[in-house]
Design a protein around this ligand. Structure first.
Ligand code: ZN
Length: 441
């Protein structure tokens, strides 16, 4: 059948949108029956059958007989539709202040493999870090059952990133400036020949937490992420706040104390400098560059009732609460989740944080906000990076070629030589992809 004209274009777009909604439903909700899909998507059974058929033909989902023990309505049991384990996957990368992390993650946030190398990155040239990353990742791409179908790379970095091309303007806690991170990674992983998407760590953590963790069900949600410093991913009305180029949410560099510590960005008294790892360690009399080991030592001292350690934590907690009160006043969130360093110290600083929130946030907004920690732990960054990388597939499942009888096409897809699919005209630009990864509420 040849479809022409405006109506045809509209039909193809409706089809694309319904395939996207169905794939996203399975991606976020896990396996479900055709009737559950029909109910959830508001589509009739024959449309659902046709959409499932297309996703099966593209190797994205499979159907299996349901063996539910619960009493069901009379009639045949509805088969369960589930994501295929060998479907498209993302190579997710986490460049944090103190480690290099990587994972292969499929649709449905299924973690296929995971690796981490602990080492401080701040004294290292970005190109060398990317070389080490390549060594870390190489064994993950050579599984016994053949290479996973990596269709894109998603990268988390603690800095201001241009969404369009993954250009890292400044990562103060790494001491990196003007790094073409997207190009660097694309060139080092040239054998994969897949698109690369780079995002800010806090934005990616917020995306993953909003979809699957502490932010679920909250349309106005803030995820604060800090290891060396602090940044925010902000969800407003169900959508991520990106700013015009992707730089929004750099809350770490709002001034909270003009006479405070010098910040790595060059200014003095930024929130980042007042609540980051270095100031916490300095307040406790430890080496400010002691890293995660020194923080662990500080927390065990606090557990023993060490007064200097407890006072240092209370001081960091006070500054954390002061900045947080400002964010609560500006964004009126229902939930704020702390991740990284601040999730680890929250049990020690909660009283100090709450005291500042209670006195400085407007009462009406204060009453609505719940303070919690991230639910996905350190994996929030990798899951968020995977979400960014898989956004084009979720937006338009028809970019995935058909599999099945046509083995040639299948083999090309599996070996990655058909990766030009990733650059096809159907795929949104990287900027578009970033918007798609924004929460669809
Ligand atoms: Zn700063």
């Amino acid at each position: 059948m040849v479809i022409r004209g405006e109506d045809g274009v509209a039909q193809a777009e409706v089809r694309r949108r319904n395939l996207s909604r169905m794939l996203r439903e399975l991606h976020l909700g896990g396996p479900m029956s055709r009737s559950e899909l029909a109910g959830g998507l508001g589509l009739n059974r024959s449309t659902v059958g046709s959409l499932v058929g297309e996703l099966v033909a593209r190797g994205l989902v499979q159907e299996r007989r349901a063996y539910k023990t619960v009493v069901q309505a009379p009639g045949r049991p509805s088969p369960v539709v589930e994501l295929r384990a060998d479907g498209p996957a993302a190579l997710a990368i986490d460049l944090s202040t103190d480690w290099i992390g990587a994972a292969v993650i499929g649709l449905g946030a299924s973690v296929i493999s995971l690796a981490r190398h602990d080492r401080p990155l701040s004294e290292t040239n970005p190109a060398q870090v990317v070389d080490e990353l390549h060594d870390l990742v190489a064994p993950m791409l050579q599984g016994s059952g053949g290479r996973p179908s990596v269709v894109a790379i998603g990268v988390s970095v603690p800095g201001a990133v241009r969404a369009q091309d993954g250009y890292l303007h400044h990562a103060p806690n790494l001491g990196w400036r003007d790094v073409p991170m997207g190009d660097l990674i694309r060139n080092r992983f040239i054998e994969l020949d897949v698109p690369v998407f780079v995002g800010n760590d806090a934005d990616l953590a917020a995306s993953a937490e909003h979809l699957r963790g502490s932010g679920r069900g909250s349309n106005d949600f803030i995820c604060l992420w800090g290891e060396g410093g602090i940044g925010a991913g902000v969800v407003v009305g169900g959508r991520s706040l990106t700013g015009s180029a992707g730089y929004a949410g750099e809350v770490g560099h709002m001034a909270v104390d003009p006479d405070g510590y010098l910040c790595h960005c060059g200014a003095r008294g930024c929130w980042d400098a007042q609540v980051g790892e270095e100031s916490l360690l300095r307040r406790s009399g430890r080496d400010p560059l002691g890293g995660t080991a020194a923080v662990a030592d500080l927390l065990s001292a606090a557990d023993r009732g060490d007064e200097v350690a407890l006072a240092a934590l209370a001081d960091s907690g006070r500054w954390l609460g002061i900045g947080l009160a400002g964010l609560v006043n500006i964004f009126n969130p229902t939930r704020v989740a702390l991740g990284g360093l601040h999730a680890r110290i929250l049990p020690y600083v909660r009283d100090a944080v709450v005291r500042e929130l209670d006195t400085r946030a407007m009462a009406a907004s204060r009453a609505m906000v719940e303070l919690t920690t991230v639910a996905l732990g350190a994996n929030a960054l990798l899951l968020g990076a995977a979400e960014l990388a898989l956004a084009p597939t979720l937006y338009d499942p028809t970019i995935v070629p058909y599999v099945g009888p046509d083995r040639v096409e299948t083999e090309q897809w599996r070996s990655g030589t058909a990766a030009s699919v990733g650059h096809s005209a159907h795929m949104p630009s990287q900027g578009g992809a970033t918007r798609i990864s924004a929460h669809n509420g």
